[in-house]
Design a protein around this ligand. Structure first.
Ligand SMILES: [Zn+2]
Length: 167
C-alpha cells in the first residue's frame, strides 16, 4: 500500500506514467523526468521503562486507534532519531526520558495509513514522575511485564526477558 498516490508531477503538473526506472516499476514524469521514488517513513519507538514496568499509551488516532502500544512517531527534519524518540515520549506520555540503548532497526508495513516504515526502537529510562496523556492519546499508564497485551509481550520479549534493564 502506498499512502500518497501521486497522479501528477509535483514539479510541472503533467500526469505521471508508470515505467521501468532504475530496475523497478516507478511513476515518473514524461515531460521533466521527475521520478516518484518511494521510501519508507522513518519512525521511532520508545520502549519506556521505569522500575521494571512499561509505559504504554492507548492510541487516540489511526492507525491502531484504541490499541495499547509504545509511544512512537515520525522523525522530523533536523532531528536525530534519539531526539525524535524523546520528543514523542514527552508529547504522547508527558514524561521525560533518557535513551539507554538502541533495541533494533526494522521494517513494518502499516496497511491502514502510512505504508512502509523504517522503525527505530530505543530502550528509554523514564526520569520524571506521573505520565500525562497527550492530545492524540486516550490513556497512559504503566504495565507490569506480566500484564502486557499479547502482541506487545511478543514484540518486547527481549526486553522483558532482561527485566527492563533501564532501571
Ligand atoms: Zn514533470
Amino acid at each position: 500500500m502506498v499512502p500518497i498516490d501521486y497522479r501528477y508531477c509535483p514539479v510541472c503538473s503533467t500526469p505521471l506514467i508508470e515505467g521501468m526506472v532504475d530496475g523497478r516499476v516507478r511513476k515518473y514524469c514524461p515531460e521533466c523526468r521527475f521520478v516518484r521514488y518511494e521510501n519508507p517513513l522513518p519512525v521511532v519507538v520508545a520502549v519506556a521503562v521505569k522500575d521494571g514496568r512499561f509505559l504504554l499509551i492507548k492510541r487516540g488516532i489511526a492507525p491502531k486507534k484504541g490499541f495499547w502500544g509504545t509511544p512512537s512517531g515520525f522523525i522530523e527534519s533536523g532531528e536525530t532519531p534519539e531526539e525524535a524518540c524523546l520528543r514523542e515520549l514527552e508529547e504522547e506520555a508527558g514524561v521525560s526520558g533518557e535513551i539507554q540503548r538502541l533495541i533494533r532497526v526494522g521494517r513494518r508495513e502499516d496497511t491502514e495509513l502510512y505504508g512502509d516504515m523504517l522503525v527505530v526502537s530505543y530502550l528509554v529510562k523514564v526520569v520524571s514522575d506521573e505520565p500525562v496523556a497527550g492530545d492524540e492519546v486516550d490513556e497512559v499508564r504503566y504495565y507490569d511485564a506480566s500484564e502486557l497485551p499479547g502482541y506487545l509481550a511478543f514484540a518486547l520479549r527481549d526486553i522483558v526477558e532482561e527485566g527492563g534493564r533501564a532501571n
